[in-house]
Structures are given as structure tokens and as C-alpha cells.
Design a protein around this ligand. Structure first.
Ligand code: SF4
Length: 331
């Protein structure tokens, strides 16, 4: 590991100014991903600016009925928060399905959003990787692709985003509050992460020096009956092969509204707008649910080694929706 300076920031504006002024400076939150990257040689900062003590770390109700989550809130605290568990269970379930108890105790909300892909070639500095070193190539093609993308990928990168929490936040239409050198701005959660295109080194739309200070959830009453389902190779401490975050507003036997996002399938949490459109106004029959899943996965493009994923994603989506519909019917 190369030597670097460490500084504890006193306020958000100062932290942003310090990092923005130094191209090799980085923010340090819980460090659960960044410290691994330091040890692996994936990043080489000259300065880490510790923001853990200055970021808000609680959940507070907003006047419009939504809630604001401080970016410094630890994942375990957020998962256990009574208001989140009651009004947005999909978020609590997503958090508890990720990492381990020890990691959740350290990882922050803001850091969770910015964690980087676990593509094995990204993490191995001896391998070609366009995300780590632009223009060097992509070792995943023809390699180990079990956890790689089937939607929205490019010839330059087929990595997936690893966060479970981000999938739930995308389904919930969250907003990310960002402090930059020009002041505060708000970014829709669905727009925060990018598809790889020809610049896979950029995971998000954030600029160097931008600091996530909070995440806001809208007032969404039917999210009180939401669900996160994750399929993985072992029962815990594993990333998603496929995951589904969903909430369905069902009344008088008709789906009024649906919010769905998929994890483990794309370079960003994949908002399932086609499935949502299929479901809106429909009766929740098995055929309808399957048609929604078919519509969403119609453009799936697996590569050698992950051909099973479109079927897995379709079936996981249908199973999640079926569970939600059953729950509504028996309420
Ligand atoms: Fe790198 Fe993306 Fe290729 Fe993985 S899939 S090796 S992250 S360019």
C-alpha cells in the first residue's frame, strides 16, 4: 500500500473543497470497500478525507410525508430503524441481505451507494479491465461471468453494480442529496448510476469532490407492503445473481401502481419500467405477472457463462410479485 495523508473534515463544505482541489484525494466513509481497494492497489489516493463524523446519521420524517436518511447512517442502524421497517420494508430487507453483520455495522448509506463492482477482473490488478484502466480491455468476455450483466451492458464492460440497498432505493424512487462545489443539488436515484457505454470507469454521474449527504424517500403508502428477494450462490454473505425489489398497489383486484427494480443484472440498479407498465391497470393473474417479466427481460443479452440469468430473473420477478399479490389478497 502506498503512503497517503489522512484528514478529518469539520464540515461538508470544507470536505468538498478539499477533495475537489486534489484529483487524488478521496472521501473516507465506513471504508468497507475503499480499504480493500487500497490493499489491492485498485486506487492510489494521496489524501483521505474522513467524513464519517460530519454527515447526518439518522432518519427524520419530512413535511411532505417522506423521510430523509443521513448519508452517515450505518447500514445496520438503517435496517433496524422502526420507521423504515414499517413504511419501507423492502429497504430494510435489502440491507439485511447484504454483506455481514460486522460490515453493516461499519458501512454507511452514502458509501453503500458508491461501492464498486466485485467483478473479479476489476479486483485483480494483473488483469485487463476498462473500468480500472480505461482502454486496457475487458477480461470478463470469455471469462468468469456468473455475476455479470445481461441488461444495458456494452462491449467495453459487462460488470454489475453490487449494492442491494441501491436496488431498493431505485424501486422506491429515492432522491440523492449531493453537496458539490456549487452547493447542494438533488439527483434521482435512478439517474445516479450509469450504464457503462464507452466510459465504464465512471460508475455514477457524480463529479470529483461531490459528497452524498442524504437520501430522501417519497411518501409511498403502498411501499409498506414491499419486498426484496435475492438469489445467490449461498445463503448469506454473497452478492446477488439476481435480486428483485418490488411494491405493488392493489385495490379492487386491479394493480393501480407497481415499483420494481432488479439487481445483479446491470451496471446500475435496473428500474423495471416495462414490467411496471405491463402491470399498471391489470388484474394480477399468473399470465399478467409472467407477461410483465417477459417484457422486462425481452432485451436481455447474456454472454457465455451467464445464459441462465434471463430465466432466473424472470422467475424471481414473477415469484416476488406473486408473493406480494397473495399478501395483499389475504390482508
Ligand atoms: Fe473490468 Fe467491466 Fe470488464 Fe469487469 S466487466 S473486467 S469491471 S471492464
Amino acid at each position: 500500500m502506498n503512503p497517503f495523508d489522512y484528514r478529518r473534515a469539520e464540515d461538508a463544505a470544507g470536505a468538498v473543497a478539499t477533495v475537489a482541489a486534489d484529483p487524488r484525494a478521496m472521501f473516507l466513509g465506513g471504508g468497507t470497500n475503499l480499504v480493500d481497494h487500497l490493499k489491492l492497489g485498485i486506487v492510489d489516493p494521496d489524501l483521505l478525507v474522513d467524513v464519517t463524523r460530519l454527515l447526518p446519521d439518522g432518519v427524520e420524517p419530512l413535511p411532505d410525508g417522506g423521510v430523509r436518511i443521513g448519508a452517515g447512517m450505518r447500514n445496520s442502524d438503517l435496517a433496524a430503524d422502526p420507521l423504515i421497517r414499517r413504511r419501507y420494508p423492502v429497504l430494510s430487507q435489502a440491507l439485511l441481505s447484504g454483506a455481514s453483520g460486522q460490515l453493516r455495522n461499519a458501512a454507511t448509506t452514502g458509501g453503500n451507494l458508491l461501492q464498486r463492482t466485485r467483478c473479479v477482473y476489476f479486483q485483480d490488478v494483473t488483469m485487463a479491465c476498462n473500468k480500472r484502466r480505461p482502454g486496457s480491455g475487458c477480461s470478463a468476455f470469455g471469462g468468469y461471468t456468473r455475476y455479470h450483466a445481461i441488461l444495458g451492458a456494452s462491449e467495453h464492460c459487462i460488470a454489475t453494480h453490487p449494492s442491494d440497498m441501491a436496488v431498493a432505493l431505485s424501486a422506491l424512487d429515492a432522491t440523492v442529496v449531493v453537496q458539490g462545489t456549487d452547493g447542494e443539488r438533488r439527483v434521482a436515484m435512478t439517474e445516479l448510476h450509469r450504464l457503462p457505454g464507452d466510459a465504464p470507469e465512471r460508475d455514477t454521474v457524480l463529479r470529483h469532490g461531490d459528497l452524498i449527504t442524504a437520501v430522501e424517500l417519497p411518501d409511498l403508502p403502498f411501499a409498506a407492503r414491499s419486498r426484496y428477494r435475492k438469489v445467490r450462490d449461498r445463503a448469506s454473505y454473497a452478492f446477488a445473481l439476481v435480486s428483485v425489489a418490488a411494491a405493488v398497489d392493489l385495490s379492487d383486484g386491479v394493480i393501480r401502481e407497481a415499483r420494481i427494480a432488479l439487481g445483479g443484472v446491470a451496471h446500475k440498479p435496473w428500474r423495471a419500467t416495462r414490467a411496471e407498465a405491463e402491470l399498471r391497470g391489470a388484474r394480477p393473474t399468473e399470465e399478467t405477472l409472467r407477461a410483465a417479466a417477459e417484457a422486462e427481460l425481452a432485451e436481455a443479452r447474456p454472454v457465455e457463462g451467464n445464459e441462465f440469468k434471463p430465466t432466473l430473473a424472470r422467475n424471481t420477478l414473477v415469484a416476488t410479485l406473486r408473493d406480494l399479490v397473495e399478501e395483499e389478497r389475504t390482508r
